[in-house]
Design a protein around this ligand. Structure first.
Ligand code: FPP
Length: 262
């Protein structure tokens, strides 16, 4: 059966705020880390489901700049889970042509987690089928600060020009995501309706789905439901619905924001 003509195409880039591991564990009288362990199972399920659905890029918010303030045992446990995940998934990622990327202050990760991450990124750099982006030690405001600093350093060194910042595209070259498309769809699980410092500038035109399901129970059916919800929407990028359905000259397509629209 061919899709209904008024459905949006599959989102090319889905970004997920994986929330609710702690509550999932607490509801079962388990330690928080057990919730994170089950959360890693959902990471596996959802990355495979996304590939099967034809989603080319998936970004997962795995550790924020604020998460360092959690109990030491939880932080250490999360870093250990990251290492194990990478060790177990590396071969499968190469086989399935999944390129791994990371965004965030990666240099500040513990040495073992950082080296496992850099090793898997290098080993999958040639993969062209799908991209999995892990946001690690990530914060959107920190990203903007890092970009501003990189831009200023570039201007001082003569490798960037002040006029580059006349356009968003010019400045965005200094973001962690400089070579990644903006997310089409941002999902947050667990019923919370916050962005928590995640991809704030990249989500300027994203659609949002807030799912009540806790991350350890978020699977293929929940991902499909979020994607179906997204596909029934109309993305206007500041235009009128009429302009979107009957684009005239100079009006770009549904899937790309027209430049300089507020
Ligand atoms: C939020 O749940 C989740 C996190 C802070 C960490 C997410 C990490 C994983 C899913 C596992 C590690 C990821 C990879 C890629 C190996 P929460 O603990 O804030 O839940 P709560 O709000 O119910 O307490």
């Amino acid at each position: 059966m061919s899709p209904a003509p008024n459905l949006l195409p599959m989102p090319a880039h889905v970004a997920i705020i994986m929330d609710g591991n702690g509550r999932w564990a607490r509801q079962r009288g388990l330690p928080r880390l057990e919730g994170h362990r089950r959360g890693v199972e959902s990471v596996r399920t959802v990355t495979h489901a996304a590939r099967a659905l034809g989603i080319r890029m998936l970004t997962l918010y795995a550790f924020s700049v604020e998460n360092w303030r959690r109990p030491e045992e939880e932080v250490g446990g999360l870093m250990a889970l990251l290492e194990t995940f990478l060790a177990l998934e590396k071969a499968g990622m190469i086989r399935d042509q999944v390129r791994l990327r990371a965004i965030g202050r990666i240099d500040a990760l513990p040495p073992r987690a950082r080296s496992a991450l850099l090793d898997t990124i290098a080993a999958t750099a040639h993969c062209t089928g799908h991209t999995l982006v892990l946001a690690l030690n990530y914060g959107a405001r920190t990203e903007v600060l890092d970009a501003a600093r990189a831009f200023a350093a570039g201007v001082a060194a003569g490798t960037a020009r002040l006029e580059d910042a006349d356009t968003w595209e010019g400045f965005a070259r200094h973001l962690y995501t400089h070579d990644l498309p903006d997310p089409d769809l941002v999902i947050r699980t667990s019923g919370e309706t916050r962005l928590s410092n995640f991809l704030l500038v990249q989500s300027a035109y994203a659609e949002f789905v807030f799912s009540p399901v806790l991350w350890p129970e978020f699977g293929r059916a929940e991902l499909e439901s979020a994607v179906n919800d997204y596909r029934r929407r109309e993305r206007r990028y500041g235009l009128t619905g009429e302009q979107v359905s009957h684009p005239g000259p100079g009006i770009s397509s549904q899937t790309e924001p027209a430049p300089a629209i507020i």
